[in-house]
Structure formats: C-alpha cells, structure tokens
Ligand binder design. Structure first.
Ligand SMILES: [Zn+2]
Length: 479
C-alpha cells in the first residue's frame, strides 16, 4: 500500500475543474490582520502542535501525538470513558489509534456517526525542504509543513470542532465518534482493525472522512465546486515474471525472457479495459462537464448522456485526469531483467499497477490480463493487500448538512461527488458496508497541492475559512 500514495487524492480529478471559473461566488478572502478569535487561536495552536510530531513510519511518534490529543480532550471535559487508545503493530512499527466519543444526550436513539482522520504522515527530509517540515511556518499567506493538508488539517479541524462544541455545552442527539488511525500512509493495520471495531461495536449510521474532498478553487481563487469523495478504485499491483534457463549470450536460444516479457507488455499497452459507467461517474461527468470548458467539457457531457458515445470516450481516454473514471486501468510501472551484459536473461519481471473499477475485482482483472497476454509462461504475483470497496451514496441528510455548512461560505456551490483513484481509510469502511464520504473543509487550487511532496502547504485563508465546516455539519446532523 505504501507505494501508491503519490498520485492520489488531492491531485486527482481536481485538475478537470480548475480551468473553469464559471462559478459565480465571491473569491476566498485573503487573511486580513484582524486578531484571531479564541476558536481560531485554539485551532491554530493544535495545528502547530500536531504538525510538530514527526509521525512518519520509522519515527515512532504517533503515540506522543495521541498523548497530546488525549490531554486536549481531557482538558475539554471528555472523560476517560469517552477516550480509547489502542496499540497496533504496523508491520513491525509501534503505532496507535485514537477514538473519542462525544456522547449523545440521554434518551437519544439515532445511530452514531463516525468521523475519520489519520495521524501519521509521509516522511519529509529537512534537507530537501525550504523550511523545516515539522515546524508550522506561516509565510506568504500559507501554512507550510508536512501534513498541513494531509491529514493534520483534518485532525486539527475535527478536534477543534469537538472542543468548541463541548465548550458550548452542546449535547448531540446521537453519539459522534472520532476515529483517528495511525498508519494510513503505510500498512493500514490500525485502519483495518479500527474499521472492524467500529462495525462490531459502534455500527454507525454512516461515516464521514476528513482526508479527501473539499472545495476546488480555480487558479484565481474562485470557488468552483465542492468535491465529495464517494468511491475509491481498487488498488492492485502485479509482478509479471518470465524465467528462462539463460546461458551464454554468444549462443542465443530461440526463447528469451526479456523478449517474451516485452511482448506481453506490448499487449497490455495495447489493451483497453471496457468502459464502465455508474450513476456516480455519470453524474460526476454531467456536473464536471458544465464546469469544464472546451472539447473536454463537451465530451464529459456527451458521455454522461450516453456512455457508449465513442468520440466522447476517445477524448476522455486521451486525458490523464479523466481516463481513470472511465474504467479499470493497468499500467507498467517498473522493470527488472537480466544479470550480466554477456548472459542470456534468466528472468525478467515487470511491475504492473492496476486501478480497478469498483465491482470488477482483482481476480477478474488478473484473469483478463492473462487472457490478453496469451502466454502461460508469464507468472503473475499479486503483491498488494487488496481492499475492494463499493461506491457510497451521498445520503440526503449528509448532502443537506453539507449544503447548510457550505451555504455559509459559498452560497449555492455545486456539490460534486467523485470516484478517487484510490487510497484512504474510507475504503476499509465501505468494504464493510458503511456509506463513507470524504468531505474535507479545505479549499485548494491545483497549484497548491503538495501532499506527500516537498513544501506541503495550506492557504491560511483556507485554514480559517474551513474551521466552521464540521461545526455546522455536525450541528445539522446531530442537533
Ligand atoms: Zn491522507
């Protein structure tokens, strides 16, 4: 799971929308010099403190961050019974998960809501960064630091919202449960265990994730749409290997591991998986098409109306931002072969990474690739711990709460459910049958996306602008 975290989430389908600025709301206001309110100051303090924990794999810092958060929740009045810390062994690394329950008022009968975030981060090396990665630096209208977006913004936002509601003496009409994982960016051992625990012990009505989605801004900061992550493609990586007796390169055999593998890869390159369309992807294209100018937007609209429209499919397939929404993709990503320049190769291995359309399954995808290659000598090895998950529904109550919250910031903003190319905690809950959508409060433009990369940042205006996001959503869903 580790290797696939680069191209996902925050960079994905957003690009489609960013050329457009048809949405006629006011731009996000730049941070003015007004003093921070107590709620803003509290959130900023938590943000500063959690960014300082280097919760990357190998650093063993998640427990320290958990202890810090536990302290915050206790100070705010959450009792020992409301707080649950669990140890996990994530492939040899000690990590922890944290669950905090905001208890419903007596007599409440509605099922709980679970809220997700992850405390771990992709590591960052100080020597490669312009600023220290584990120090929150506010500069030029941005907060810089590892996980200022992914996902310590979400952790901060959810935590600060709980503390704020508690300070107001608010009592929800149903249990609200924060579930923070400790190895989302690596083994997802804590995520899997928490998802099982949630299913067995909490059985929520639905789940909201802070780790994807959010407001898409155009490059001029004009808000374009609110993205709701409603599905994730299945991630599966295969190693394809040809072995051969080899020999001296001066005495070539008729068969050759490199040639055979190259032939197999050529067939994969030429193959296109069937076009798939679901209610989610069609409505995505119908909405995104209106927000996307030119030929691409027209193709989206035509595909939404008729998923068999061949010219529209050709246009969408040619666009890297759109092709993943059309169906399964499998692509060669690594290659290794031979052992000496003057020896026949004894083996040749290619790594093929698939993003499988929900419902198709890894086994069927493997079978299809084998059929396409048509050479039984190619050995397949699945090297991913695969989690297949169905699409989630954007429930009416969640949509109404989101609308209520968004209208305070961006009246009338388009809400745009989409399918992710893969990789958040959410899939582990979807696979257990829980509707899970990711609805971050962040507002970002494509050029500000540095999650997992160097100099990750979040606009200061987005940080403060989103602080009421969960506050209104939770009030609406649990008033
Ligand atoms: Zn994340």
């Amino acid at each position: 799971m580790k290797a696939y975290k680069n191209s996902r989430k925050w960079s994905g389908r957003l690009g489609l929308l960013l050329a457009a600025s048809l949405f006629s709301a006011q731009p996000v206001l730049a941070q003015d010099d007004a003093p921070l309110t107590p709620d803003q100051q509290l959130a900023r303090d938590i943000y500063r403190d959690v960014v300082a924990f280097r919760t990357a794999r190998g650093q063993q810092q998640v427990p320290a961050m958990v202890a810090y958060l536990v302290d915050r929740f206790k100070q705010a009045g959450f009792s020992d019974d409301d707080i649950q810390v669990t140890d996990y062994d994530s492939e040899g690394e000690k990590t922890q998960g944290l669950m905090v329950t905001y208890r419903a008022k007596p007599g409440s009968t509605a099922k709980p809501i679970v809220l997700l975030g992850h405390m771990d981060v992709v590591d960052a090396l100080a020597k490669d960064w312009v600023r220290p990665p584990f120090t929150l630096v506010e500069e030029d209208g941005y907060f810089f630091g590892r996980a200022t977006l992914d996902n310590k913004y979400g952790i901060t936002n959810l935590t600060a919202t709980f503390l704020r509601l508690k300070a107001e003496g608010w009592q929800p009409s149903r249990d609200l449960v924060l579930v923070f994982s400790g190895d989302e960016e690596s083994g997802m051992i804590s995520t899997r265990a928490q998802a099982k625990y949630v299913a067995d012990n909490i059985d929520p009505e639905f789940i909201l994730n802070s780790d994807a989605g959010g407001v898409a801004l155009a490059e001029d900061d004009t808000p374009v749409a609110f993205r709701v992550q409603s599905a994730e493609k299945t991630f599966a990586t295969f190693e394809l290997t040809i072995t051969n007796p080899g020999g001296h390169s001066s005495r070539p055999r008729s068969d050759n591991a490199i040639y055979e593998l190259a032939t197999a890869l050529g067939k994969i390159a030429a193959y296109q998986f069937p076009v798939r369309a679901t209610e989610l992807t069609r409505s995505y294209f119908a909405t995104a098409g209106k927000l996307t100018p030119g030929e691409l937007g027209q193709a989206m609209l035509r595909f939404a109306a008729d998923p068999s429209d061949a010219p529209a499919i050709a246009t969408l397939r040619a666009n890297p931002e759109a092709v993943g929404t059309l169906g399964t993709t499998c692509i060669a990503t690594m290659l290794q072969a031979g052992h000496a320049e003057n020896a026949l190769p004894q083996s040749a291995t290619a790594t093929v990474n698939c993003r499988i359309f929900p419902g198709e399954g890894a086994a069927a995808t493997e079978a299809k690739l084998k059929q396409v290659i048509g050479n039984d000598a190619v050995a397949f090895k699945l090297i991913t711990n695969v989690t297949e998950s169905p699409e989630s529904v954007l429930r009416d109550d969640v949509q109404a709460a989101l609308r209520y919250s968004l209208d305070k910031r961006y009246p009338g903003m388009t809400i745009l459910p989409y399918m992710e190319s893969g990789g958040t905690d959410g899939m582990h809950y979807r696979t257990l049958g829980y509707d899970t959508v990711a609805i971050s409060g962040a507002a970002m433009k494509a050029s500000d996306m540095f999650a997992h990369g160097l100099n990750e940042r979040l606009p200061v205006a987005s940080f403060y602008g989103g602080l009421d996001h969960w506050y209104w959503i939770l009030k609406k869903l649990a008033e």
